[in-house]
Design a protein around this ligand. Structure first.
Ligand SMILES: Nc1ncnc2c1ncn2[C@@H]1O[C@H](COP(=O)(O)OP(=O)(O)OP(=O)(O)O)[C@@H](O)[C@H]1O
Length: 262
C-alpha cells in the first residue's frame, strides 16, 4: 500500500529560526494521527509546511504525497491534490461571502446548504468569511470549507479550541465524516461501504485531547522542541502526558530508548 503522506528528514526554518528538525512521519491511507506537544514546539509549523505556506522554508528533506514529491509545490496545487487544513486561528476574508468561497471549493454535487445546515451555519452563508464569528463558529466554518473541499489528507489545528461541549460533539461528528469513519447524511453509502473504502488520512493537533472522545485515532506523536520524540497509542500517550508532563515524558523516552509509559 502506498503511503498517503511521507515526511523524510524534514527540517524547516521560520524567519531565521530552525523550528522543525529531522522530522520523519508516515501516514497511510485510512490512518488518523494525533500530534501533541507544548506551546511553541512547532505543531502549527508542521501542518503549515505540509500545506505549503511560503513562510515555512524546507531546508532539508522532502514531503511525498501519494508517492509524489510535493516539497516545492505551491499551496493551491497541494490543495488541488487533496491536502486540506483547518487553521488554529482562521483569518477572516472581508468582501468574500462564505457561500461564494464554499461554492468555489466544492468538488461534487452535494448541496452546500445541506452541509451548512449540518454545521448550524445556514445563516452564516451570506456573511463575510469568518468576519465577526465567535470561536466556535470559526471552527465550524473551517469544517464547512473542508467538507466542501473534501481533501484526502485532513489536517486540523486544534479543532476544539473555543468550542463548547455541545458543539464539540458536532465537530467530532463532522470530523468523522471528513475522515470517512461515518457516512455523512448526504453520502448514499452505508457505514460498512464507507469504512471498507476508507482511504483518507488525518493529522490532528490537540492540546486538550477532547477530540479523542469523538474521533478514533490510530497513532499519537509528541513534538518537542521541533523534534518528533515519541509515538504510540494516542490515548495512552495523552494520559501519560497528563500524568507526568511533556518534559518528563521525553526524559523517560531518552533514558529508556522508548516511552515505557505507553
Ligand atoms: N518569523 C518567526 N521567526 C522566528 N520564530 C518564529 C517565527 N514564527 C514562528 N516562530 C516560532 O516558531 C515556534 C513554533 O511555532 P508553532 O506555532 O509552530 O508552535 P505550536 O507548537 O503550534 O504552538 P502552540 O501550541 O502554542 O500553538 C514558536 O516558538 C514561534 O515563536
Amino acid at each position: 500500500m502506498q503511503p498517503l503522506l511521507v515526511l523524510e528528514d524534514l527540517s524547516v526554518t521560520v524567519g531565521e529560526r530552525l523550528v522543525l528538525r529531522d522530522i520523519n512521519l508516515v501516514i497511510n491511507p485510512g490512518e488518523t494521527h494525533v500530534l501533541f506537544g507544548p506551546n511553541g514546539s512547532g505543531k502549527t509549523t508542521l501542518l503549515g509546511t505540509i500545506m505549503g505556506f511560503s513562510r515555512y522554508r524546507v531546508v532539508k528533506g522532502r514531503i511525498l504525497f501519494r508517492g509524489e514529491d510535493i516539497t516545492s509545490l505551491p499551496v493551491d496545487q497541494r490543495a488541488a491534490k487533496g491536502i486540506g487544513l483547518a487553521f488554529q486561528r482562521p483569518p477572516s476574508l472581508r468582501g468574500v461571502l462564505l457561500r461564494d468561497l464554499v461554492r468555489r471549493l466544492k468538488q461534487d454535487g452535494v448541496a452546500l446548504e445541506r452541509m451548512a445546515e449540518e454545521l448550524k451555519l445556514t445563516e452564516f452563508l451570506d456573511r463575510e468569511v469568518n468576519y465577526g464569528f465567535s470561536g466556535g463558529e470559526l471552527k465550524r466554518s473551517e469544517l464547512l470549507q473542508l467538507l466542501a473541499q473534501n481533501p484526502s489528507l485532513v489536517m486540523l489545528d486544534e479543532p476544539e479550541s473555543g468550542v463548547d461541549v455541545e458543539n464539540m460533539a458536532l465537530i467530532g461528528k463532522v470530523v468523522n465524516y471528513l475522515l470517512e469513519k461515518e457516512p455523512a447524511p448526504w453520502d448514499p453509502r452505508s457505514l460498512r461501504e464507507v469504512r471498507r473504502g476508507r482511504t483518507k488520512g488525518g493529522l490532528i493537533i490537540t492540546h486538550t485531547g477532547y477530540i479523542l472522545n469523538y474521533v478514533e485515532a490510530d497513532v499519537g506523536h509528541v513534538l518537542f522542541q521541533g523534534k518528533l520524540c515519541c509515538s504510540g497509542n494516542p490515548r495512552e500517550l495523552f494520559s501519560c502526558i497528563q500524568k507526568v508532563g511533556y518534559t518528563e515524558c521525553i526524559r523517560c523516552m531518552n533514558l529508556n530508548g522508548g516511552c515505557f509509559c505507553v
